[in-house]
Ligand binder design. Structure first.
Ligand code: CDP
Length: 787
C-alpha cells in the first residue's frame, strides 16, 4: 500500500511518465534536433578491410567538391597527439589510424563540409590505398602460437593475449570435482550482439574561441565521466574540465552502447576547436551496427559437479573473451571480466573457480555491458544452462533440482563461493509463484502426452540472480573514478522543486521515478518536482546510467538528500509552531505537534518560511546534496518459465507461454517496472532466437544491416505474463533494487532450456543461441526426425 496519496504520487503509484507528453508529440530534443548557426557537418570514411596497412590517403578529389572544407586524417590528429585515446579499461583505441586499420568499418578519415550530404559525397571521394594484412577473427585461433600479432603498436606485445583473470578457490574446486559423484560439462558460445538502440550515436561540438569553452551535446550515458576523460586526454590542447560542458539531451536508448567514447565524438571536437564553428556528427544506422562497441563474444567451457541426490557442489568455468582489437569494455577497473563471477547464481555452491582470458581479434571493440551489469547475462546463461543439463543428466525435474539447491532465505546476507555478499532473496518463492502461474505440473503432463504422439514441446526455467548498483566505491571505479552517484534537491520558496542527478535516463523514466522518490520523502506532489539530468554545468557529479545502477545509487542519493531537507524543515517547523523539535511528528507533506494534529505546518509553508522567515541561527534556503556511496550492490532476482513448441518440419521455435516473476525489492513505479520488464524480455528473446553478429574469415561483418541482423518485432514477440515477489534490499534507503536489466539477463536461458528440454530425448544436449530454425532443423535431421 502506498504511503502517499495518488495526488502526491510517492512510491508504489503508477504515475504516468512525465517525459512522455514530449516524446509522443515528437517534441523531444535529441542531438540531431540541434541546429546551430554556421554549423558544419562531419562524415567518416571507413575501412573495407579488417586488417590492412594504410599506404596513402588521397584527399584532392574530396577537397575539390564545393562545400567540402577539410579532410581530417590520423596524421593531422597525430600533430596534437590526439590520434589515439585511452579506453575505459586502460587500453588504447585509435581515433584515426596512422599506420593500419584493425577492423572492417573502422574510421579512416573524416570529411568536414557545410552540409551533411556534401560531407557524405566528400567521404566517398577520399581515396585510400590499403595493403591487406592477415586477418584474425577467431578468438581461439588468435591465441594459437604463430597467430599474427595484431597490436603491433603496443611495445612488448608478442601475442594476442590481453589479460588473464581468475577468481575463486581453485584447489577447493578441483577437489570438489575429484570427489564428485556426477559431473556435466558443456561448451557454450554467446555470440556478439549489438544494442541497436533506436537513436544512433552522435554529437554537436561547439567550441567558443572567445571563452575557450567547449559545449558538447552528445549521446552519452555518462556525461560527467566523459567530461573528465576529455579533460585528461585533451587538457594539453587547452580543454580543461571547467571549460568543457557536456550536455546529454534526450537519448533514444543506450543499453550500454552509449557508454564508450567513439572516435566520431573526438574528431568532431577536434574539428570544432580547429575551426571555431559548431560541428555535427551523426552516425547512420549501418555505421552504428557495424562499428560501435559490441556485447558478449564469450567462449565458455563450464563444468558442474554434484552428488547423486542432486546437491550441487562445485562450478568451474574457463572463458575466452573476444574483445576485438582493443579492450574498450566499460567494466569497473578491478574486474576485467565484469561481474562474470556472479556465475554461481542462485545456488548454494560450496566451491567455484572462474578463469577468463581476454583476446584481441580484428573486430570492433567488444565487451560493452549490453543491458546487463557487466557480463551478468553471460554468467546467468552459463549457470542456468548447466543446472538444467545436470537435472536432465540426473533424471530430476529442473524445478526440483533448483529448489533443492537455492540459497535459503535465512542464509542472507549470503557470501557466495566467489566472494559476493548477496543482500536479500527468496528464490524458492519466486519459482513457486512462476510454477503456479504457468501450471507447471499440468504442462509436464501435457509434455509426456505430446512426446508420445511425437510432438516436440519443451519447458525451460531460469532462476537468475542479478547484481546491480555499481557500486560500493571500495570495489568499483572506472579509470579511478569512484562509482558513487548523486542528487541535489532545491526547494523553491513556493514549495516547488528542482532536483538534479548525476545519472542520465535514456528512456527509463527517471524524470518520473526520481520525482516519486522525493514525493515519498517530502510529501511534495510529483507534479511540483522538476527532475534534470545530463548537463555537467548544472548536475552534481555522477557516473551515469547503465548496468541498472540508477535506482541503487542516484535514487538512494535522492532519498538521502530529501531526508536532509526534512531534517532542516523540522527545525523550521518547530520555530514556526513554537514547539520543541522532539514533539513534532511527520506525515507525508507536513509536521504536526504530537497529540495536536491541527497544529501543523505543511512542507510548502515551511519552504516559504525558509526564504521569508527563517529561524535565527539557521541559514536561509531549503536544499541539500547527497553523494551516495552504496554499502553493497543490490541483488534483484526472478524465475522465468518458458514453454515452446517446435515445428518438426521447419525447426521453428514457437514460444507458447512465458511467465516472468521478478523481484526488485520495493518498487517506486509499478507501471515503469513492468515496462522495463517487458522491454527486457523482448531484448532477451532477441539474442535467444534472432540476433548475432558474425564475421567471415576475411573479417567481413555478417549481419551488418537490419536485413541480416534480426530484431524481433511485435509479430515475433510473445505475450509476456508478468508477476512479482517483493524482498526489500536491507541496505538501500528505500529497500529498492535495480530492475532495468533483470529480464534481459534471465530470459535467454529460459528459452534455450525450453528448446533443449523439447529435444533432450532425441539426444540433444545443448544449442547455442541464437536458436535459429536452421540450427534446430539440422539437429532434428541428425536425430532422424523428419516431418
Ligand atoms: O539505471 P537504470 O535506470 O537503467 O535502471 P534501474 O535503476 O533498474 O531503473 C529503471 C527504471 O525503473 C527507473 O525509472 C527506476 O526508477 C524504476 N524502478 C522502480 O520504479 N523501482 C525499482 N525497485 C527499481 C527501478
Amino acid at each position: 500500500m502506498p504511503r502517499t496519496s495518488p495526488e502526491v504520487g510517492g512510491m508504489g503509484h503508477s504515475v504516468k511518465r512525465k517525459e512522455d507528453p514530449r516524446f509522443i508529440r515528437g517534441k523531444g530534443t535529441y542531438v540531431d534536433d540541434l541546429h546551430l548557426p554556421g554549423m558544419l557537418y562531419l562524415d567518416i570514411v571507413r575501412s573495407p578491410f579488417a586488417h590492412a596497412k594504410i599506404k596513402k590517403i588521397e584527399v584532392s578529389k574530396a577537397l575539390a567538391i564545393p562545400g567540402v572544407l577539410a579532410v581530417i586524417t590520423g596524421q593531422d590528429l597525430a600533430r596534437y597527439n590526439l590520434h589515439w585515446m585511452p579506453t575505459l579499461m586502460s587500453d588504447t583505441q585509435m581515433v584515426l589510424p596512422v599506420e593500419k586499420v584493425m577492423y572492417q568499418a573502422q574510421e579512416v578519415a573524416a570529411v568536414l563540409a557545410t552540409d551533411r550530404y556534401i560531407a557524405a559525397d566528400g567521404a566517398e571521394a577520399v581515396e585510400v590505398d590499403y595493403e591487406p594484412l592477415p586477418v584474425v577473427v577467431d578468438a581461439k585461433k588468435a591465441l594459437e602460437p604463430g597467430a599474427p600479432v595484431l597490436r603491433t603498436d603496443k611495445p612488448g606485445q608478442t601475442d594476442n593475449h590481453i589479460w588473464h583473470w581468475q577468481w575463486g578457490d581453485r584447489t577447493a574446486t578441483d577437489r570438489a570435482f575429484q570427489e564428485a559423484e556426477v559431473t556435466v560439462q558443456q561448451e557454450i558460445y554467446l555470440p556478439r550482439i549489438h544494442v541497436s538502440s533506436i537513436e544512433t550515436c552522435g554529437c554537436v561540438a561547439d567550441f567558443d574561441k572567445v571563452e575557450g569553452k567547449l559545449t558538447l551535446w552528445m549521446t552519452t550515458q555518462a556525461p560527467h565521466a566523459v567530461r573528465t576523460v576529455f579533460a585528461l586526454v585533451a587538457g594539453h590542447v587547452g580543454l580543461a574540465e571547467h571549460k568543457i560542458r557536456i550536455i546529454s539531451p534526450d537519448i533514444g536508448g543506450g543499453f550500454g552502447g552509449k557508454v564508450p567514447v567513439y572516435p566520431g565524438y573526438v574528431i568532431a571536437v577536434a574539428a570544432s576547436v580547429l575551426t571555431g564553428k559548431p560541428v555535427k556528427w551523426i552516425e547512420d544506422r549501418m555505421e552504428n551496427l557495424q562499428a560501435d562497441s559490441f556485447a558478449r563474444d564469450y567462449h565458455i567451457a563450464a563444468e558442474l559437479a554434484a552428488k547423486k541426490d542432486g546437491t550441487l557442489t562445485a562450478l568451474r568455468i574457463k572463458t575466452i573473451a573476444d574483445h576485438g582489437y582493443t579492450d574498450a569494455a566499460a567494466n569497473p577497473s578491478k574486474f576485467p571480466a565484469g561481474l562474470f563471477h556472479i556465475c554461481t547464481g542462485s545456488y548454494d555452491f560450496k566451491a567455484a573457480h572462474v578463469e577468463v582470458d581476454g583476446v584481441y581479434t580484428n573486430k570492433p571493440p567488444g565487451g560493452i555491458a549490453y543491458r546487463c551489469s557487466f557480463r551478468v547475462t553471460e554468467a546467468v546463461h552459463t549457470v542456468e544452462r548447466m543446472v538444467d543439463l545436470m537435472a536432465h543428466q540426473l533424471g530430476m525435474d529442473p524445478a526440483e533440482l533448483r529448489l533443492k539447491n537455492f540459497i535459503k532465505p535465512e542464509q542472507f546476507p549470503y557470501r557466495s563461493a566467489l566472494g559476493w555478499e548477496y543482500d536479500s532473496g527468496n528464490y524458492a518463492a519466486a519459482l513457486h509463484k512462476a510454477m503456479e502461474k504457468i501450471g507447471y505440473a499440468e504442462l509436464r503432463q501435457e509434455q509426456i502426452e505430446k512426446r508420445r504422439r511425437g510432438e516436440l514441446m519443451g519447458i525451460g526455467i531460469s532462476s537468475f540472480t542479478e547484481i546491480v548498483g555499481a557500486g560500493p566505491s571500495k570495489h568499483f571505479d572506472i579509470l579511478g573514478l569512484k562509482m558513487f552517484d548523486s542528487s541535489e534537491i532545491r526547494i523553491h520558496p513556493t514549495g516547488k522543486v528542482t532536483a538534479r542527478f548525476g545519472t542520465k535516463s535514456q528512456g527509463q523514466g527517471h524524470e518520473t521515478t526520481y520525482a516519486q522518490i522525493i514525493a515519498e520523502e517530502l510529501g511534495i506532489p510529483v507534479a511540483d518536482i522538476q527532475v534534470e539530468e545530463g548537463d555537467t554545468d548544472t548536475a552534481p557529479y555522477g557516473l551515469g546510467t547503465y548496468a541498472s545502477r540508477s535506482t541503487p545509487t542516484a535514487g538512494a542519493a535522492g532519498a538521502v538528500a530529501a531526508r536532509k531537507i526534512r531534517e532542516k524543515a523540522k527545525k523550521i517547523a518547530a520555530y514556526l509552531l513554537e514547539a520543541n523539535e522532539e514533539d513534532l511528528e511527520w506525515e507525508p507533506g507536513k509536521f504536526f505537534v504530537r497529540g495536536t494534529p491541527a497544529k501543523a505546518k505543511t512542507i510548502q509553508e515551511i519552504a516559504f518560511a525558509a526564504y521569508t522567515n527563517h529561524p535565527p541561527g539557521i541559514e536561509a534556503g531549503l536544499e541539500a546534496v547527497s553523494y551516495y556511496d552504496p554499502p553493497n550492490l543490490t541483488y534483484p532476482f526472478g524465475s522465468y518459465i518458458c514453454v515452446v513448441d517446435i515445428d518438426k518440419g521447419t525447426g521453428e521455435v514457437k514460444i507458447r507461454r512465458f511467465v516472468a516473476v521478478d523481484d526488485c525489492g520495493n518498487i517506486i513505479n509499478p507501471m515503469i517496472v513492468e515496462g522495463q520488464i517487458h522491454g527486457g524480455l523482448t531484448m532477451g528473446l532477441a539474442p535467444a532466437l534472432y540476433e548475432e553478429i558474425s564475421y567471415d574469415e576475411y573479417g567481413n561483418i555478417l549481419g551488418g544491416s537490419f536485413i541480416d541482423y534480426l530484431l524481433p518485432t511485435a509479430v515475433e514477440t510473445p505475450k509476456w505474463e508478468t508477476d512479482k515477489t517483493c524482498t526489500p534490499s536491507p541496505h538501500h534507503p528505500l529497500g529498492a533494487k535495480g530492475v532495468g536489466e533483470s529480464a534481459t539477463v534471465g530470459a535467454p536461458a529460459a528459452i534455450a532450456n525450453a528448446v533443449v528440454d523439447a529435444l533432450w530425448h532425441l539426444g540433444v544436449r545443448h544449442v547455442d543461441i541464437p536458436i535459429t530454425p536452421a540450427k534446430v532443423w539440422k539437429l532434428l535431421r541428425e536425430s532422424g526426425v523428419t516431418d
